[in-house]
Design a protein around this ligand. Structure first.
Ligand SMILES: *Cc1c(COP(=O)(O)O)cnc(C)c1O
Length: 220
């Protein structure tokens, strides 16, 4: 099943949430079709693929990186990436900061929190994200800006479980906000919700949904 861009935007509107159109595996022409319909924010999960698309597509696209990111690959996207959703270690934050300094820019980041029961899912345990924020090194990273949290719920039909996982992320966000970012309005993003669960995510306080297959069809 596919849903049109305008229909998804209508659903997001009452919540004031932003759409990250997840274009991974889909060719530039398909991205251009949504671009021509007004969409500017796209998400990719592989560095090579993102670089290749960045080179051939309009410069005013806002590229978000949403996949696992190796420290040695940060340099390839540091000059242009708008938001990295998938930061899961202090080491990675330090490297993003280093590359951001090289390019004389500030790179926005989200800390990815493990909220799913599935073992394979990436991300910090909530306590480890808190420990990273409390680490004396973190406040010295002048060229990163931590904008919020990201999480991926378990891939399941069980809506109660998904609801609980999103609720856990929202609670974690509030806890972190109060402790580390009480005076920082830039810490305001909760990236949660994909094709199968974005309506639940919106109800649970998502500010950014990452939607791929519902917009683009099955992945190639
Ligand atoms: C692929 C992907 C999405 C989009 O998934 P769909 O189910 O196709 O909407 C969202 N977030 C992340 C991190 C992804 O890797």
């Amino acid at each position: 099943m596919q849903v049109s861009l305008s229909e998804i935007l209508e659903t997001l509107k009452p919540y004031g949430a932003k759409l990250v159109a997840v274009s991974k595996t889909h060719p530039p022409e398909m991205i251009m079709a949504l671009y021509n319909a007004g969409q500017r924010c796209f998400g990719e999960n592989r560095v090579k693929e993102l670089e290749a698309k960045y080179e051939v597509l309009p410069a005013d696209i806002e590229w978000h990186f949403i996949g696992p990111l190796q420290t040695n690959k940060v340099k390839y996207i540091a000059s242009f990436v708008q938001l990295i959703h998938s930061v899961d270690s202090l080491k990675l934050l330090i490297e993003i900061n280093k590359q951001a300094i090289k390019h004389q820019r500030v790179i926005d980041c989200l800390l990815e929190i493990k909220i799913a029961k599935e073992a394979a899912k990436q991300g910090f345990e909530l306590e480890d994200a808190i420990a990273t924020l409390a680490d004396p090194v973190t406040p010295t990273l002048t060229n990163i800006r931590i904008r919020g949290l990201m999480g991926m719920a378990t891939y399941t039909e069980d809506e109660i479980q998904i609801t609980h996982e999103f609720r856990y992320l929202k609670k974690g966000f509030e806890k972190i906000k109060e402790r580390f970012f009480a005076d920082d309005p830039a810490f305001c993003e909760i990236s949660m919700g994909m094709s199968g669960d974005y309506k639940i995510a919106l109800q649970e306080g998502s500010t950014m949904v990452r939607i791929g297959s519902l917009l683009f069809g099955e992945r190639l």
